[in-house]
Every structure is written in C-alpha cells, then in structure tokens.
Design a binder for this molecule. Structure first.
Ligand SMILES: Cc1cc2nc3c(=O)[nH]c(=O)nc-3n(C[C@H](O)[C@H](O)[C@H](O)COP(=O)(O)OP(=O)(O)OC[C@H]3O[C@@H](n4cnc5c(N)ncnc54)[C@H](O)[C@@H]3O)c2cc1C
Length: 549
C-alpha cells in the first residue's frame, strides 16, 4: 500500500457523468480528484454520437421552440412501467436545462440544435415531433488540450464532422475538401469526442486533478459514511480520502457476464460500448448496501459484428474484445427487412432501437428460447448499390460477415433458414412495399421511421422498398446495448440510497452506473447523455456543498 491522498470530492470514472460532476464540484468550491481506470479517458461517451437530449433546453428557448416541465413529465409518465421515481425524474426535468446552461457558460459544452430530430415515442403526450430537445456538439479543437490531446479514447477513429452533417443527422455526409483539410490541420473533432474534449478542457483549465490508469476497487466506509476509496495504480494499491463525498460515475455493467445474467431481462450478447464498463461501480455500491433500481433494463440496440473488428486496448480486463456496432439506418432504409431464425419478420424494423429490443426478447414457451435471436438483416442489390451496411459502402465487395447469394433460396441455405418460409416472407413484404403500406407491423407510419429512412422518398416509401433484385445479402444481427441503465438508486440530489431508501452519507452517483432517472425510457436521441450530464452536475454540486467530515 502506497501513501494515501486527500481531496474534497473524489470522482470515480471520467466519462460524461464524471467530468460534468468534476466541473460542477470544482465551481462549487471543492478540491476535486477524478480517477479513470483506462489509459485514455472518456469511456462510452467519447466514442458516442454525443447527442444530448434535454427538455426546455437553452437552445430551444433561444430559438422560441415551445416546451414545458408539464410536457416533459407527461411524456415520461405515459411511458413509465413503474421503474421511475418522481424525485429523480423531476430532478432531471427541472435541472437539465440548468446543467446545460452552467456547463456552456463555463466552457465545458457547446451544443447546437439538431433540427427536426423527433422524440422516439411520437404518439405519447408531450412528445416533440419536430425536434428541439436533441442537441449536437460543435466541433472542438483538440490542439487546445496540449499533452492531453491523445488521452481521449476514440476507439481508433477520429470523427471530423458534426452529427448534423451526417446522414444520421439529416446531412449529406460530405464535407468540402478544403474545409476537411482545415479540420484535419486544426485537429477539429465532433460527436462524443467533442463532448469529452470540451469537458476535459474545462477540467484542465481548473487544474482539476485527473489520474489515468487508476482504478477504484473498494469504497472506504467510516460510521456508515463513504469517505473515500481504495484504488490501484500501476499495480500498487493506495487510498484516496474524500472529505465531502465520492461520486460514482463508472458507466454500466454490460461487459460483465455474471451481472448481466443475474439482472437483465434477456440476452445482451454484443454491447456497442467499450469493454471498460465492467460494473465496477455497481459492485462497490452493493458492498455498502445500496438499494437498486431499473436492473432489468439497458439502452438496448441491435448490433452487428464485423469480423476482426476489435476495441483498441484501454486497460479493460477483456484485452481483445470484439467490437459491435449499432444497426440504425440499415434496418430503416428501403430494400431491407429483418427475419428471425424461422425466416419470419417479427417487428417494425424501423422503430426506435431501444424499444425494438422487446421484440428480440420475445420468449417462446414452446421452444423455451428467444426465437428472434439472432436475427438476420436481408437486403437486395438495390440496397447494396445505394446504401451502406456499417463500414461497407455501396460498390465495396462484400466481406465475409455479409453473406451473399444470387437468389433467396441460396441465401436461406447459407444462413440456415427455411427456404420456402424466407421466400414467402420476402414476397409478402414486397406486396406491402408496393402498396407503401405495412399492415403486418406498420413500418413507415411513424414520422420517426421515416426520419431514419431515405428522406429523398415520400411518405412510408422512405423506409419501404421491395427486396427483389439479386444478388441478395444477409447479416447476422444480435442484441446489444449502448450501456446498461440500472444500478444504485439515488434521490433528486444524486445521493445514493440504501436498501431501505435512506441516504448513504458521502455517496453520490451519475450516469449509467445509477438507476437511470428516466427509468428504462430512451426519450429521444441523446436520451442517455442528457440525464448523465445533468446528474453529474447535480452530484458534483451536492457533494461539494455537503459538510466536510
Ligand atoms: C456507439 C455509441 C453511440 C452512442 N451515442 C449516444 C448519443 O449520441 N447520445 C446519447 O445520449 N448516448 C449515446 N450513447 C450512450 C452513451 O455514450 C452512454 O450512455 C454514456 O456515455 C454514459 O456515460 P457515463 O459517464 O455514465 O459512462 P461512460 O461514458 O461509459 O464512462 C464511464 C467511465 O468510467 C470508467 N471506469 C469504469 N470503472 C472504473 C473504475 N473502477 N475506476 C475508475 N474508472 C472506471 C470507464 O473506463 C469510463 O471511462 C452511445 C453509445 C454508443 C456505444
């Protein structure tokens, strides 16, 4: 054991929630130490789209887009299956805009409206069909980070666009070559890298201590109060004492097999997040008696896994982990459908990814299994000629993970699906596509489905198109997540509660490690980072303003 150190507020985990907490705690007068187990920081947030969803946010207010506390609460409550608690839900709705305002004024955020980005449950009260609540990060100059510019985890890819410039955000995906040159020379980055870059810059500007490759192992308790943590750094163990509080911000547990099978409602085999999210925070919280909430849930998303795609090592126990990527537009663009192992469609492929997991988790009592896992994305040559599948662009040869066959019968054999059933399914789908009406699953009815489709086509044709021109292609689809979202329960002050609902003194939490304030509901694009930044802000302030022990 090496010498211990003392700080006011110890923040465990340097993702979106942790860095937001660090700025808030510092500006509330505390000495702050942030520890991060990776050799690079930023966690899932740094490789994310970086979109932030907050109701009545400052950008909406400036633009005169109407929104209200009542609308936001009505929206969430109409989606609640009993997992939300009023205190933390209302704290998110009431403090979200303040958190963004605070972080923006202090140079830790620079967000812009993602024009027209619809909420995910448009038939529910309080939903915004025309966008406003989802915000994009302005490009951030990484040269301003100096020696820290290569300390932000990027999963091996540098993003030089804002999300609103890409097809996902309604843009063309094309940047003028001179402008791109300027971005490369100036090391300008977008998406989650911009989000984390700015938050980190704000921490460095404040001389906040950020310790990399420093992993919390155990919380220190004194008379029932959390007073610090035992951490390992370079193989040596040390303790960090925290006079005012410890903020847990270690992300989810989607990379821990035992925690997943113990708690989640169904399989989560292929997470889209980096493998550093191993549930360390949840385990530490359990040892001090934290009560839990939302444990069956995650930010679900269908994923595909390109063979050979690996996460660059960042100090996680899984050194050579398979990288899986979200399947978003591939299942919403025309000339595509999804089938299960029986060759049958089982959902509106274009619906929002988090809710869609319910269809993947459908349990068949007859087979005692999940009949829709794995599933297969089926596309034809019209699709391949126009649209991408993950990193494979139109015109690229098909890699081994895209199965190709000249006809549907050959494709069915290649993926082990009944030939007659697959042909019947595709034939029925093609009739629906021709009629631009999907009576089986209603694909294309919602504005959401069409937003993620081909917006050069009108109405439901934005997402419905026949799968009829050979060759045909299939890609295996598994169920993953952007992170889990259950964990220790908190109140609206981000204080962790014990199993009896009482505050555990000195202990705070934010982000995917806690029981998410919006329950299992992914409200709209940015629906995880909005609560993470807000609860980081609340946790940092609460901890800094608490009485020192
Ligand atoms: C491909 C992809 C795209 C996404 N896009 C969006 C989007 O556009 N909008 C949105 O809202 N959400 C998005 N998400 C989800 C979002 O990124 C996460 O929900 C969010 O980053 C969670 O933030 P966090 O701070 O809780 O955790 P993280 O960002 O994962 O950070 C947790 C940090 O804690 C560290 N840590 C873990 N254990 C320890 C320990 N024992 N000691 C010290 N440090 C530790 C980790 O290394 C990590 O750096 C996306 C996710 C993925 C995978």
């Amino acid at each position: 054991m090496t010498d211990s150190k003392t700080t006011d507020v110890l923040i465990i985990g340097a993702g979106a929630a942790g860095l937001s907490a660090a700025v808030a705690a510092h500006d509330s007068g505390a000495k702050v130490t942030v520890i991060e187990k990776g050799a690079k920081l930023g966690g899932t947030a740094a490789i994310s789209g970086g979109i932030v969803w907050v109701p009545s946010n400052p950008n909406m207010q400036k633009k005169g887009i109407s929104d209200s506390r009542e609308d936001a609460l009505a929206y969430f409550r109409s989606l609640d299956h009993g997992e939300m608690n009023d205190d933390s839900l209302e704290a998110f709705v009431d403090e979200g805009a303040n958190a963004l305002q605070f972080l923006t004024e202090r140079g830790a955020l620079d967000l812009q409206l993602l024009e027209g980005y619809p909420d995910y449950y448009l038939d529910n009260p309080g939903a915004k069909a025309d966008g406003g609540r989802a915000l994009d990060n302005a490009l951030f100059d990484f040269t301003s980070l100096g020696d820290w510019s290569d300390k932000v985890y990027n999963g091996g890819e540098i993003v030089r666009m804002m999300l609103l410039e890409t097809p996902l955000g309604g843009g063309s995906g094309i940047v003028d070559p001179d402008e791109m040159k300027r971005r490369v020379e100036g090391d300008l980055r977008g998406w989650g890298q911009a989000l984390i870059g700015r938050l980190l810059k704000a921490c460095l500007d404040r001389d906040i201590e950020v310790l990399l490759e420093t992993s919390a192992r155990k919380l220190a308790l004194q008379d029932g109060r959390v007073v610090g943590a035992t951490v390992t750094c370079g193989g040596a163990e040390t303790t960090i004492s925290a006079r005012r509080g410890v903020v847990l911000a270690t992300g989810g547990f989607e990379w821990d097999e035992e925690l997943k099978t113990t708690f989640l409602r169904g399989p989560l085999t292929s997470p889209a997040s980096p493998p550093t999210n191993t549930g360390d925070g949840l385990k530490m919280a359990l040892t001090v008696g934290a009560g839990l909430g939302n444990m069956t849930s995650a930010w679900w998303i269908p994923t595909l896994s390109e063979s050979g795609a690996r996460w660059p090592d960042n100090g996680a126990p899984e050194k050579d982990a398979q990288r899986s990527v979200p399947v978003l537009i591939e299942r919403t663009l025309p000339h595509s459908l999804m089938v299960n192992g029986q060759g049958k469609r089982f959902c509106n492929e274009a619906t929002n990814y988090s809710a869609l997991a319910g269809a993947f988790h459908s349990f068949d009592p007859a087979t005692y299994g999940y009949n829709n896992l794995p599933a297969y994305l089926i596309v034809d040559s019209q699709y391949r000629g126009r649209y991408p599948i993950a990193s494979v662009m139109p015109g690229d040869p098909s890699p081994d993970w895209i199965v190709e066959a000249p006809d549907l019968a050959g494709l069915a054999v290649a993926i082990g699906v009944d030939t007659a059933q697959l042909e019947a399914t595709v034939s029925r789908f093609n009739t629906h596509a021709e009629n631009v009406n999907d009576p089986d699953f209603g694909r294309g009815v919602s504005a959401y489905d069409r937003f993620y489709g081909d917006r050069s086509r009108d109405g439901a044709a934005a997402t419905l198109g026949k799968v009829e021109v050979g060759s045909f292609f299939a890609v295996r689809i598994d169920l993953g997540a952007l992170g889990t979202n259950g964990g220790p329960r908190t109140n609206g002050m981000a204080q962790v509660l014990n199993v009896y609902g009482d505050v555990i003194p000195g202990f705070y939490g934010a982000g995917n490690v806690i029981s998410n304030p919006t329950g299992s509901v992914y409200a709209g694009a940015g629906g995880t980072l909005g609560p993470a930044l807000t609860f980081g802000y609340i946790a940092g302030q609460s901890a800094a303003r608490s009485e020192a022990h």
